[in-house]
Design a protein around this ligand. Structure first.
Ligand code: ADP
Ligand code: MG
Length: 345
């Protein structure tokens, strides 16, 4: 039995990397400052433009550190750890954690159950939480799914209670919400132009310092390199894909996004999905859920929503984009001509 293990790579890549000065002007806006920190299992880089952003960047870094402390599943002092090891008792959490939990429950409804934060024991059975990968048996999965289900989570303002045999994880939304809160921190510290890269998830503040849109590369799920670029204003762009964390056993690939209905890696015919919108947490929750739902149901959800656009790459290499980003999307010319279809309302 051969096992091959691959893990996390950057999904979206910023192409805008020039240093220091832009254009011909020498204004204060041209000053670039950045900070990188390893948190939430990835590298988070915050880049700000403009004078005197040191204090804002420090505030952003402090925010990241504090959110990681709240939401880590493994840190014994985190709020999520306290919930998961509460033995059925209620736990008082911070406003940030409570907000995110309310949001996670809403997203479960909105996605018809595709988004489910109560799958941690199932993810553990597959080894995705320990890197000791294995394929659990059907009976084992069925038993673990019995204990899952967000309807068993009780949430009352800042008080959370879950059953003893349930464990939750915010891995599918934590980075997205962190992006929102970091952007807010930067704005309240006077930053007008900034780019936050959370392991390939991108969140921006304002436009580039020269008032142009940011240009973001969308990574190919089939190998290195970007298959396209997207021009964006102030928004978030979050990608989920089977290529981000997976293992291969006996020729079958198993990845880290599970279908809550089966407890197995979601197999909906999608290789990667990028979601673009004004809220990082919405984009993050949706990127994970649309990957579970597949192209048709993702399209249905997009049609009944007005808070996101999407780019879907199917397992057979076709690309689907929604009409809201049609004019800002450009295929990279180093890739063979894939079929691109625009989804209209
Ligand atoms: P990444 O964190 O790799 O960028 P995602 O945002 O798609 O990618 O989150 C994947 C993580 O979400 C998994 O590692 C797991 O912790 C959790 N997860 C897996 N399946 C689901 C699901 N159906 N709903 C909610 N969370 C999930
Ligand atoms: Mg996600």
């Amino acid at each position: 039995m051969r096992k091959t293990v691959f893990s996390s790579a950057l999904a979206a890549v910023i192409l805008f990397t020039s240093c220091g000065k832009f254009g011909n002007s020498n204004s204060a806006d041209d000053v670039k400052n950045s900070k990188s920190i390893f948190a939430m299992d990835t590298y988070i880089t915050v880049t700000s433009y403009g004078e005197d952003t040191d204090k804002a960047l420090q505030a952003a870094e402090d925010k990241i550190t504090s959110l990681e402390k709240l939401w880590s599943v493994t840190d014994e002092t985190s709020e999520i750890y306290a919930i998961n090891h509460s033995g059925g008792q209620s736990v008082k959490v911070s406003p940030e954690t409570a907000d995110l939990l309310y949001f996670a429950l809403d997203m479960n409804k909105r996605t018809n159950g595709a988004f489910d934060i109560s799958l941690y024991p199932v993810l553990t059975a597959w080894g995705f939480t320990t890197d000791e990968y294995r394929v659990p048996g059907d009976k084992e999965i069925a038993d673990l799914l019995e204990s899952a289900g967000v309807e068993k989570i009780s949430l009352n303002n800042q008080t959370v209670q879950i059953p003893t045999d349930m464990q939750i994880d915010l891995g599918a939304i934590g980075k997205g919400y962190a992006g929102d809160l970091i952007a807010k921190e930067l704005r309240s510290n006077g930053v007008k132009s900034a780019l936050i890269d959370l392991g390939g998830n991108i969140q921006t503040v304002g436009t580039k310092p020269d008032k142009e849109k940011w240009k973001v590369g969308i990574r190919s799920p089939f190998g290195e390199g970007n298959f396209a670029t997207l021009e964006i204003g102030e928004c978030a762009i979050v990608t989920s894909g089977g290529y981000e964390r997976y293992f291969v056993e006996d020729g079958v690939t198993y990845w880290h996004i599970l279908d809550p209905k089966t407890g197995k890696p979601a197999d909906s015919g999608i290789a990667s999905v990028s979601v673009i919108g004004s809220e990082g947490r919405t984009c993050d929750a949706l990127s994970t859920s649309l990957f579970v739902l597949g192209l048709d149901k993702a399209t249905e959800l997009w049609r009944e929503s007005d808070d996101f656009e999407m780019i879907i790459v199917t397992s057979d290499g076709e690309i689907y984009i929604t009409e809201g980003i049609e004019d800002d999307f450009e295929l990279s010319n180093n890739f063979a001509d894939p079929k691109v279809s625009v989804i209209y309302r």
